[in-house]
Design a protein around this ligand. Structure first.
Ligand SMILES: [Zn+2]
Length: 211
């Protein structure tokens, strides 16, 4: 059922990817991979939708610009905007009261949930319940609108979209030393956080999806 593709989980308190977390990730990629029919000629080929990025906190253009950061940089991934039910990844803004009612941290900017069939992976590296035997069929990116405009720039909003999409691909936070990275642990509290994917990020994608 398509209805089950993006389970309504806004009433559940889930652990999450914290952009502001000081959590140290050991793995740079999660063990679970996207379903094989989403991989074309060695590239992860995902459609995404932003119908529910509609509060005015983020713009459609920022979502597209964030997604496009992954394109034409040597990463084996394709991202194409599509209608909601044709999409593999949906982005959804969540208002602050709903965010808090869900039990989600006030300071969390956004989090990404990979879904293997009907199984949510809860993919913080510390709580991820999916394994190499799980096959990702969808992902949802939840954005806390209270943390959006005024608190950071459009450049950061684009970077946040790109960062969360990285989690949707199955990239965890990294703790690479001496290199800038979009998927840096601690994200932009880290001086080496990059607003665009860099070589470590591209290498992580290409370690999972390649010809
Ligand atoms: Zn993150």
């Amino acid at each position: 059922m398509l209805r089950k593709k993006f389970p309504i989980i806004l009433s559940l308190a889930c652990l999450s990817i914290f952009l502001l977390s000081s959590y140290v990730a050991f793995a740079q990629v999660f063990p679970q991979r996207w379903v094989s029919y989403k991989i074309s000629s060695g590239k992860l080929d995902l459609a995404y939708n932003y119908d529910y990025v509609n509060s005015g906190a983020y713009s459609s253009a920022e979502v597209v610009a964030g997604a496009n950061k992954w394109l034409n940089i040597g990463a084996n991934v394709l991202l194409t905007p599509a209608s909601y039910w044709s999409s593999d990844v949906i982005l959804r803004e969540v208002d602050y009261s709903t965010w808090l009612n869900n039990g989600w941290s006030q300071t969390t900017l956004a989090w990404t949930l990979q879904i293997a069939g009907s199984k949510p992976c809860s993919n913080d590296a510390s709580t991820n319940v999916c394994t190499a035997s799980d096959t990702i069929t969808a992902a949802a990116i939840y954005i806390n609108t209270a943390q959006a405009p005024g608190l950071f720039s459009g450049d950061k909003r684009q970077a946040l979209v790109a960062h969360e999409l990285g989690h949707a691909f199955s990239i965890a936070h990294n703790s690479v030393i001496g290199q800038d990275s979009l998927m840096k642990n601690g994200a932009w509290n880290d001086s080496r956080f990059s607003y665009t994917p860099t070589n470590p990020d591209i290498a992580d994608v290409n370690s999972m999806y390649h010809p």
